[in-house]
Design a protein around this ligand. Structure first.
Ligand SMILES: *Cc1c(COP(=O)(O)O)cnc(C)c1O
Length: 417
């Protein structure tokens, strides 16, 4: 992402130049300093108000300053926030039980981020291949082109986008890439990668590609994937870091596809914006033993206590129903925008409250251009690649807020007509 061409802030104590002197230059930040938030609204340090359709990148499930989160954070920090996994942590056990009771999983491992959850899944696949499948000294994990799985070395290798891997070679061995939603390609890869010890042990895939352009999985494709995995013993691993926790209008993204993965990961929305990651598996691949994998912070009382409060709030307040209704509304209104500007946009796609609007390939307009213009007019959006606008508001977004966002967006787009 490149820097937006908005005017920098001037009337405040915070200095962006000082920030840039000391903080490593790893992000193309917008020259905006967000100071506070409430619900689906944010304010910068000039007092300008924004409607937040980014939600900390699909993370602030309950929006900003939600009473249930304030209560859980306060309660937990007063009681106990961290002790390490040398001891039992009741909040961790309760959270694991909640997840198991509300998913296809039997067991949970906790860490602190999406990449770490995927690392844990990759290690679990490898141990399963070495010990249960036995034949495999060199297990291969198939991942999809235009996928995103994280920034650690193994997860950036798993990520099927060369732009994230540039200058970081040598990458981790044991990954191969196939086009998304293409069953023939998977069948061919499984056949071709079969030389003695080197065989496919798992397919790691997003039920809906998020960063890769908000691309929902095909029902038929995923039904076939499940069947192939059942027949061959290959593990099906879902990266639900962005799609989990109600985001798609179901608790887990896989519910939209009518199948269950053997392993799946979650992070972004799991504790409403407090760092957490989790890797879930079915009993058959629960092969970790003490010493195999660990995390100092993972599963601490603070993150788990807050996550539990977030999940209980989602359940108690029927938030998933809201996601479905607001998602329908949002897609309908986005389609009216694409109909109004057919020279600019091709299509709207998504599930629940993860939606994308694609800009025509052959015109000189990028998602970042529209993101900047919308920001100027008071709506925060995030690109999902150079040609897709991503809409991932907090799951508590109201009908009025959706209408307001679309009005601002329409106004911003009119500039490019
Ligand atoms: C964001 C994301 C990740 C990486 O999560 P981090 O918490 O940034 O490590 C992995 N997979 C998917 C699908 C994501 O959207």
């Amino acid at each position: 992402m490149t820097i937006a061409t908005l005017e920098p802030n001037t009337n405040n104590d915070f200095n962006q130049d000082t920030f840039n002197t000391y903080v490593m230059n790893t992000y193309g930040r917008f020259p905006v300093t967000i100071e506070k938030g409430s619900g689906c609204r944010l304010w910068d340090n000039n007092g300008k108000e924004y409607l937040d359709f980014v939600a900390g990148i699909a993370t602030c499930t309950l929006g900003h300053a939600h009473p249930a989160m304030i209560e859980a954070v306060t309660k937990q920090i007063q009681k106990l926030h961290h002790i390490s996994n040398l001891y039992y942590i009741p909040e961790q056990g309760e959270l694991a039980k909640w997840i198991v009771d509300h998913s296809c999983a039997d067991k949970v491992f906790f860490c602190n981020s999406g990449a770490e959850a995927n690392e844990a899944a990759i290690k679990l696949v490898r141990k399963y291949a070495h010990t249960v499948l036995e034949f495999l000294e060199q297990p291969v994990i198939l991942t999809a082109k235009s996928s995103f799985h994280g920034r650690t070395l193994a997860t950036v290798t798993a990520t099927g986008q060369p732009k994230y891997q540039k200058h970081f070679q040598p990458l981790v061995p044991g990954f191969e890439y196939v086009p998304y939603n293409d069953i023939i390609a998977i069948e061919e890869a499984i056949t071709n990668i079969d030389e003695g010890d080197r065989r496919v042990a798992a397919i790691m895939i997003e039920p809906l590609q998020g960063e890769g352009g908000v691309r929902p999985g095909d029902l038929d494709y995923f039904l076939r994937l499940r069947k192939i995995c059942d027949e061959t013993g290959i593990l099906l691993v879902f990266d639900e870091v962005q799609t989990g926790v109600g985001r798609t209008g179901k608790m887990w993204g896989y519910e939209n596809l009518g199948i269950e993965p053997d392993i799946f990961t979650s992070a972004k929305g799991l504790a409403g914006g407090i760092p957490i990651g989790a890797m879930m598996c079915k009993a058959k691949c629960d092969v970790f033993e003490p010493g195999n994998h660990a995390s100092t912070f993972g599963g601490n009382p603070f993150a788990c206590g807050v996550s539990l409060a977030v999940l209980q709030t989602i359940e108690k307040e029927n938030i998933i129903q809201n996601v479905q209704a607001r998602g329908e509304q949002l897609r309908a209104r986005l389609r009216s925008i694409t109909a109004k500007y057919p020279q600019l946009f091709t299509e709207v796609r998504g599930w629940g409250l993860i939606n994308g609007m694609e800009i025509k390939a052959d015109i000189d307009l990028t998602s970042l251009d529209i993101v900047k213009k919308a920001m100027e007019k008071g709506l925060l959006l995030a690109p999902a690649g150079p040609k897709v606008l991503r809409f991932v508001p907090p799951l508590i977004v109201s009908a009025t807020e959706i209408d307001q966002a679309i009005d601002i967006l329409d106004n911003a787009i009119a500039f490019f007509e």
